[in-house]
Design a protein around this ligand. Structure first.
Ligand SMILES: [Mg+2]
Length: 382
């Protein structure tokens, strides 16, 4: 079964006027997603998702002009070989690094979809897992900067739907962050796991003031206080309190950057995103590396049901799996465009889909409703 064609389909959705969500990474203007279609000589077609970075056009072009010609003609089941070929041509020298990881991720995901369809097995089964229930938290682009009472009301709405964990956006001013997290803890009581995400917007001085408060409210973690490569600050933050683990990984690519995180000794919760970090093949390697050091993997997930499904299968087959990040974004039409891929239960858990491969039935007719709008999806005030 040979790879005959690889196609990247970029999609965009502009948020309604006045409905932007603001967080440390900026304010959302639009949502972007890139669907990857891989066709084979046996007639089996696989689908995956590549994160668009801040430039869906660039990732689409990289796939069509460089990765597709590299991989066409290879065995569709040879995910390790495909990974190696892209790594050799896009990382070893003169490559596009993180951009290539995004591009490769969607192709790798589609190849795993093909493997599952060819074997007539859901991916969790092919990966050696079971259809077990996976704890989920309310995440995605939600619970952004807003008055504390409104934030608590939004948080409460997710608890009413079944969520027993949720993630607040911090990285605003220290004063506002402290007021918000304290208020939400009081509003929700002690039984809900409150996670926090600064989206790289903090300085170490700000973290020194915020972390003790996060310890007081028993926050489950502080995610991405700093830029992905600022390991010195990460190491410093980890020394402030043992009570709140530092989390990162959605902006770390390939196992090599996770190995650097390990060497820095500063990140206790790993969050690879299968549509960014090098696909399912690389996600498995990252989880294995983490498991040897008793580090839990709480995979980050993004736009469409394809990445959500892939992440559920992956977590269901990972020994050191943590939470599934359930996208509760109010304006993300990509989440359910192929039908819902997860449903939160009263126990706060979700399950992977049961169909072969990713278990997602892709209807390409819907793509015409989301023509790509190139350029960044978030804007930051300078
Ligand atoms: Mg995050």
């Amino acid at each position: 079964m040979k790879i005959t064609r690889i196609t990247a389909i970029p999609l965009s959705y502009r948020l309604p006027e006045g409905k932007t969500v603001t967080m440390g990474v900026g304010s959302t203007l639009k949502r972007d997603a890139i669907i990857i279609r891989v066709e084979t000589s046996e007639g089996i077609t696989g689908y995956g998702e590549s994160h668009p970075g801040r430039s869906p056009g660039a990732i689409t072009s990289l796939i069509h002009n460089t990765l597709a010609p590299l991989l066409q003609g290879m065995d569709a089941t040879d995910v390790v070989g495909a990974w190696q070929r892209v790594h050799r041509m896009q990382f070893s020298s003169h490559g596009l690094g993180a951009g290539a990881a995004l591009a490769l991720s969607g192709i790798d995901m589609a190849l795993w979809d093909i493997r599952g369809k060819a074997a007539n097995m859901p991916l969790y089964e092919l990966l050696g897992g079971s259809r077990r229930r996976i704890p989920a938290y309310a995440g995605g682009i939600a619970l952004g900067y807003q008055p504390a009472a409104a934030l608590a009301a939004e948080a409460q709405s997710y608890v009413e739907r079944g969520y027993k964990a949720l993630k607040l956006r911090i990285g605003d001013t220290v004063k506002d962050d402290i007021e918000r997290v304290t208020h939400v803890r009081q509003a929700l009581g002690d039984d809900i796991d409150i996670l926090t995400d600064a989206n790289t917007a903090y300085t170490i001085a700000q973290v020194r003031r915020v972390l003790p408060v996060l310890a007081d409210i028993q926050a489950g973690w502080l995610e991405e206080p700093f830029a992905c490569n600022d390991f010195a600050s990460y190491r410093e933050a980890a020394r402030i309190t043992p009570l709140v683990p530092i989390a990162a990984g959605e902006n770390h690519f390939m196992r090599f950057e996770f190995a650097q995180m390990l060497e820095a000794g500063a990140v206790q919760v790993w969050q690879p995103d299968l549509s960014k970090t090098g696909g399912i093949t690389e996600g498995i390697r990252i989880a294995a590396l983490a498991s040897a050091f008793r580090i839990p993997v709480h995979a980050h997930s993004s736009a469409t049901g394809l990445n959500h499904a892939a992440t559920l299968h992956f977590l269901a087959a990972t020994e050191n799996a943590g939470y599934f990040e359930a996208c509760v974004s109010q304006f993300n039409p990509f989440r359910d465009m192929f039908g819902p891929t997860f449903q939160i239960g009263a126990d706060g858990c979700v399950e992977p889909p049961s169909g072969p491969g990713l278990g997602v039935e892709v209807d390409e007719a819907i793509f015409k409703d989301f023509p790509v709008i190139d350029g960044p999806g978030y804007v930051v005030k300078f």
